[in-house]
Design a protein around this ligand. Structure first.
Ligand SMILES: Cc1cc2nc3c(=O)[nH]c(=O)nc-3n(C[C@H](O)[C@H](O)[C@H](O)COP(=O)(O)O)c2cc1C
Length: 174
């Protein structure tokens, strides 16, 4: 588990680490799970949290309103480690996000304020505009409920850790 958290923390610190770009999976009312890449903005082992930022009008926001549970997937080829997490997502919008918004570089802020909203059908590839808008900025605080690790060593090693069992590890058959 220490090794996995070291890798997760590197995702924040090291722009080249694949842990910087986890896959974030939500369930949806049509029962097709939806997966997308997000940049990991913060990880906090003490509180078992990881954090992402998104546009308030993106479809994941609506999906999370319906069901705040999400899956996270990270594959780290250099160390041959797969990390899977179950998380419950707390969505923060409005004034509470001001400290986070201040830390978003000016040129990155355009990601929050695309018109029309992300996912809207447009008549041509560049028929959109963007103006940074803090009202369109959401912080997704993911409260980790469980972590599963699969290490592809000479012999594969798989383990799970759950919050409800105080993160006591259990080995799983790979
Ligand atoms: C490398 C990469 C990083 C991305 N980072 C983010 C991000 O941090 N936040 C975000 O909302 N979308 C990010 N995206 C775009 C999402 O993958 C996705 O297309 C977008 O959020 C709309 O998703 P949704 O319609 O499922 O809500 C990123 C895409 C790529 C390829």
């Amino acid at each position: 588990m220490d090794f996995a958290w070291t890798q997760v923390s590197r995702g924040r610190a090291d722009k080249k680490s694949p842990a910087r770009h986890p896959t974030f999976i939500t369930s949806s009312s049509d029962n097709f799970p939806r997966a997308r890449t997000l940049v990991m903005r913060r990880s906090d082992r003490k509180n078992n949290e990881i954090e992402f930022h998104t546009d308030t009008t993106s479809s994941k926001m609506f999906l999370l309103q319906e069901d705040p549970r999400a899956g996270i997937h990270i594959w780290l080829p250099k160390v041959q480690l797969q990390i899977q997490m179950n998380v419950v997502v707390e969505v923060k919008v409005g004034d509470i996000t001001t400290p986070n918004w201040r830390d978003v570089p000016t040129n990155s802020r355009v990601a929050y304020g695309t018109t029309p909203s992300p996912g809207t059908v447009i008549p041509s590839p560049l028929a959109y505009d963007h103006a940074p808008d803090q009202k369109r900025f959401a912080v997704l605080v993911c409260h980790i409920q469980s972590i599963e690790l699969l290490l592809l060593a000479d012999k594969h090693i798989r383990a799970q850790y759950k919050k409800i069992t105080n993160w006591r590890g259990e080995w799983l058959s790979p």
